[in-house]
Design a protein around this ligand. Structure first.
Ligand code: ADP
Ligand code: MG
Length: 235
C-alpha cells in the first residue's frame, strides 16, 4: 500500500499496447478509472475491447506501457502476487458463465472462494449473502437447469462480488440475454456501483452504453473517444 491519503485510481493504463505477432490488438491506450466510476467500453467486434479488459484484469500482460491496479504497478508483481491482487481486488463477469451441471447456486458461488482456504460453512454463509444481494435468495438450491439465463448470469455476478472487489470487470454481460433479463443485470451492476464498486462494462448495445456515466469508444485497437476526458481546446 502507498502511504497516501487520497486513494489511487482503481485502473491506470499508460501507453498500453498489446500485439499478437504482427497484429496490434491494442495500441497506446491511456485510461484512468477512479474509484466508484462506472463506464462502458464500446466498439466493433475485434476492436480490442476484451484485450483491454483482460489487461485491466491482469489476465494478460501488455507488450508495452504500464498498468497500475489499485495503486499497484502490475509489472513489478510476480505471478503469485498478481493472483493475490486479482483475488482480492477484481471480480470478473463474462458473456456466459459455465455453471457446472448438478451444482446448486449456493455452492457454485461458494466455490468462487475456494482460494481463500476458508471452510465450506463460512463460504456458504458469504455465498448466501451474495445471492441475496443479486436478488436470488429464493434460488439458493436451484441447479443451473432450473435457472433462467438471466438468473444464471446473476449467480455469476454473485460469485464475482463475493469478496467485495474494488473493481468489477464485465465483458458483454448481457450479450447472451433477452432484453428484459439484460436490463435486470444492468440494474444490478448499477446497484453494485451505488454500493461503491467500480464497474467497467464492455457492451455492443448502444442504449446500454449511453445509459452509463462514461463511454470509452475503441476502434482498431485505439481509444477513439473517452467521454470522461475533456477534448483539448480546438480539437
Ligand atoms: P473485441 O473484444 O473488441 O471483439 P479482442 O480484444 O478480443 O476484440 O481482439 C482484438 C484483436 O486481437 C482481434 O483481431 C483478435 O482476433 C485479436 N486477438 C485477441 N486475442 C488474441 C490472441 N490470444 N491471439 C491472437 N490474436 C488475438
Ligand atoms: Mg470481446
Amino acid at each position: 500500500m502507498k502511504p497516501s491519503v487520497v486513494s489511487p485510481p482503481v485502473v491506470e493504463l499508460a501507453g498500453v499496447s498489446k500485439t499478437y505477432g504482427e497484429l496490434a490488438a491494442l495500441s497506446e491506450a491511456d485510461l484512468v478509472v477512479q474509484r466508484g466510476e462506472m463506464l462502458a467500453i464500446v466498439g466493433p467486434s475485434g476492436s480490442g475491447k476484451s484485450t483491454m479488459l483482460n489487461i485491466m484484469g491482469t489476465l494478460a500482460r501488455p507488450t508495452a506501457g504500464t498498468v497500475h491496479i489499485d495503486g499497484h504497478a502490475v509489472d513489478d508483481l510476480s505471478d503469485r502476487e498478481l493472483s493475490a491482487l486479482r483475488a482480492g481486488t477484481i471480480g470478473f463477469v463474462f458473456q456466459s458463465f459455465h455453471l457446472a451441471a448438478g451444482v446448486p447456486a449456493l455452492d457454485a458461488v461458494a466455490d468462487g472462494m475456494l482460494y481463500s482456504g476458508r471452510p465450506l460453512r463460512v463460504r456458504r454463509r458469504q455465498a448466501r449473502r451474495a445471492l441475496h444481494r443479486v436478488g436470488l435468495a429464493h434460488r439458493l438450491y436451484n441447479e443451473p437447469h432450473q435457472l433462467s439465463g438471466g438468473e444464471r448470469q446473476r449467480v455469476a455476478i454473485a460469485r464475482a462480488v463475493l469478496g467485495d472487489p474494488a473493481l468489477l470487470l464485465a465483458d458483454e454481460p448481457t450479450g447472451a440475454l433477452d432484453s428484459r433479463s439484460g436490463a435486470v443485470v444492468m440494474e444490478l451492476l448499477h446497484d453494485l456501483r451505488r454500493a461503491g464498486t467500480t464497474v467497467v462494462v464492455i457492451t455492443h448495445d448502444r442504449d446500454i452504453a449511453a445509459s452509463l456515466p462514461r463511454e470509452v469508444h475503441i476502434k482498431d485497437g485505439r481509444i477513439a473517444h473517452d467521454s470522461g476526458v475533456l477534448e483539448p481546446a480546438g480539437a
